[in-house]
Design a binder for this molecule. Sequence first.
Ligand SMILES: C[S@@+](CC[C@H](N)C(=O)[O-])C[C@H]1O[C@@H](n2cnc3c(N)ncnc32)[C@H](O)[C@@H]1O
Length: 185
Amino acid sequence: MALRDRTCRGLEGRVLEIGFGSGLNVGAYPPAVVSVDAVEPSARAWALSERRRAGSAVPVARAGLDGQALAAPDASYDAVLSTFTLCTIPDAAAALAEVRRVLRPGGRLHLLEHGLAPDRRVSAWQRRCDGLQGLVAGGCHLTRDAPALVEAAGLRVQSLEQSYLPGPSVAKPWGFVSVATAVRS
Ligand SMILES: C[S@@+](CC[C@H](N)C(=O)[O-])C[C@H]1O[C@@H](n2cnc3c(N)ncnc32)[C@H](O)[C@@H]1O
């Protein structure tokens, strides 16, 4: 939750959250958030989020099923939130192109993602385990470099903190996380 709080800090106005899941970020939305449009393909995850949505001070509405093809007009959001979603979306580059399109100029993407570690021994394990991870964890990848994908999509990374989550060394392939904001110029 501490990482989610840090990621959501500074969110304001109309927000789009891609890969809403069971709504674990709802309690971290700052008061400056006016509304959240949620994109989530899983009916089960959406149902699981019901209690969190009902208890939210911020109105949350489902706005679509696929972050790779958003229904929203260009420049229609002040901010986009993605937590542990760019690892799972089949085409992360397509989703980030959509994020860029729907953000207003000056709007920001806030993200919390696990991904490719800088240490060669860890990244070698990530490459070895990537296929199996996809099979057992709903299409999740271990080897995506979220900040690099964001820059490649034409968003400028403004802040970036990277670290391993606390835990045993054997968990490192799953535990290298980035907390970042990126601005759309
Ligand atoms: C690991 S979960 C993270 C959920 C939530 N963001 C969180 O932090 O707890 C990945 C989420 O991405 C969603 N997802 C998968 N494909 C997607 C797509 N094409 N567009 C949007 N979300 C997608 C999954 O249904 C799932 O809810």
